[in-house]
Design a protein around this ligand. Structure first.
Ligand SMILES: O=C(O)c1cc(=O)[nH]c(=O)n1[C@@H]1O[C@H](COP(=O)(O)O)[C@@H](O)[C@H]1O
Length: 281
C-alpha cells in the first residue's frame, strides 16, 4: 500500500524548486504596532493573512509561531488554523512552531493535534523538544511516518542559554546536542532523497564542525536577521550540510510590512543571499 509522500521528499522538492528559505509568521505585539494594527484578533488576522499573501506562493516553508496566536485564546487559534490552510493551499509547506514535548502518552495527543490529517491544525511538520528524553517523542515519530509529515527536533538552539543543556557532556563523552543529532540520523537512515526528521540548529552558533550534522534530514536554522546571523554565515556554520539547511527568517522579513510588495521583496532579498551563499560551497 502506498502511503502519503513523506515530508522529507516533499521538502526536498520544495527547496529545489523554490529555494530553501523559511519565512516565520511571528506576530509580535511590537510588529502589529509597527504595521499600524491593533494588538487584537483582527490585527492578528490581518498580519498573518498579509504574510501568507506575500510569500506563500514562492517560499518553500512558512513557520507560524503558535505562541503569538495562542496569546489571543481560541479566536487566535482559529486565525492560526486559517493561516495554515491558506499557506498550504498556496503551495508552501507549513512547519508549526509549537515546540511540544511531554511524556510519551501525552506526546501522542500533541502529535495528533498537529500531524493527524483530520486535525484542524494539520501541518506538514512540527517543532518538538526532546528534553524529556528523545524516546518520549516516539508517538510523534510514528504518526509522522504514517501521515507523511515531519518533525524538527531542538538539537542546538540559536539562543545563548541553550548551551547549558545542549553542550552538556554525558557519561559516554557525547554532548546532549550531538546525541539528539545521532537519534535523528538513525531515524532518517536509508530515506531518499531526504529523511523527514529534522534538527533545529541555530545559524548563530559559529563553527559546528565538531558536530556530525550529516543526519540525512533537514536542518532548520533560525537566527538570521534579528538574532544577528547572516546568510553569508551559513557555509562556515554548516559546512557541507548546508545543502540540507532550511534557513528561517522571521522579524528580518516581517519588519518590512505591512506592505505586501515590500514584504515579498524582503523575502526575495534573503532568498537571493541564501542562494548565493549556498552556491559558493
Ligand atoms: O524552533 C524554532 O523555530 C526556533 C529554534 C531556535 O533555536 N531559535 C529560534 O529562534 N526559533 C524560532 O525561530 C524564530 C526566529 O525569529 P527571528 O529571530 O525573528 O528571525 C522564532 O519563531 C523562534 O521561536
Amino acid at each position: 500500500m502506498n502511503g502519503p509522500e513523506p515530508f522529507g521528499a516533499r521538502l526536498r522538492r520544495a527547496m529545489d524548486t523554490r529555494g530553501p528559505l523559511c519565512v516565520g509568521i511571528d506576530p509580535h505585539a511590537a510588529l502589529l504596532a509597527e504595521w499600524g494594527l491593533n494588538d487584537d484578533v483582527a490585527g492578528l488576522e490581518r498580519f498573518s493573512r498579509t504574510v501568507v499573501e506575500a510569500v506563500a506562493d514562492r517560499v518553500a516553508v512558512l513557520k507560524p509561531q503558535s505562541a503569538f496566536f495562542e496569546r489571543f485564546g481560541s479566536r487566535g487559534v482559529a486565525v492560526l488554523e486559517a493561516s495554515v490552510a491558506e499557506a498550504r493551499a498556496a503551495g508552501a509547506l507549513v512547519v508549526m512552531d509549537a515546540k511540544r514535548g511531554d511524556i510519551g502518552s501525552t506526546m501522542a495527543a500533541y502529535a495528533e493535534s498537529f500531524l493527524h490529517p483530520d486535525s484542524p491544525l494539520f501541518s506538514d511538520a512540527l517543532t518538538v523538544s526532546p528534553y524529556l528524553g528523545y524516546g518520549s517523542l516516539s508517538p510523534a515519530v510514528a504518526l509522522a511516518r504514517e501521515s507523511g509529515t515531519g518533525l524538527f527536533v531542538l538539537a542546538l538552539t540559536s539562543n545563548p542559554e541553550g548551551g547549558e543543556v545542549q553542550h552538556a557532556v554525558r557519561a559516554d563523552g557525547r554532548s546532549v546536542g550531538a546525541t539528539m543529532l545521532g537519534h535523528l540520523a538513525a531515524e532518517n537512515a536509508g530515506q531518499t532523497p531526504l529523511g523527514s526528521f529534522g534538527a533545529v540548529v541555530g545559524a548563530t552558533l559559529g563553527d559546528l564542525s565538531s558536530y556530525d550534522l550529516d543526519i540525512n534530514g533537514p536542518l532548520l536554522a533560525p537566527g538570521i536577521g534579528a538574532q544577528g546571523a547572516t546568510a553569508a554565515d551559513l557555509p562556515a556554520v554548516f559546512g557541507p550540510a548546508v545543502r540540507n539547511v532550511v534557513p528561517n527568517v522571521s522579524r528580518g522579513v516581517l519588519r518590512h510590512g505591512a506592505d505586501v510588495v515590500a514584504l515579498r521583496d524582503a523575502a526575495e532579498r534573503f532568498a537571493e543571499e541564501i542562494r548565493t551563499a549556498v552556491a559558493a560551497v
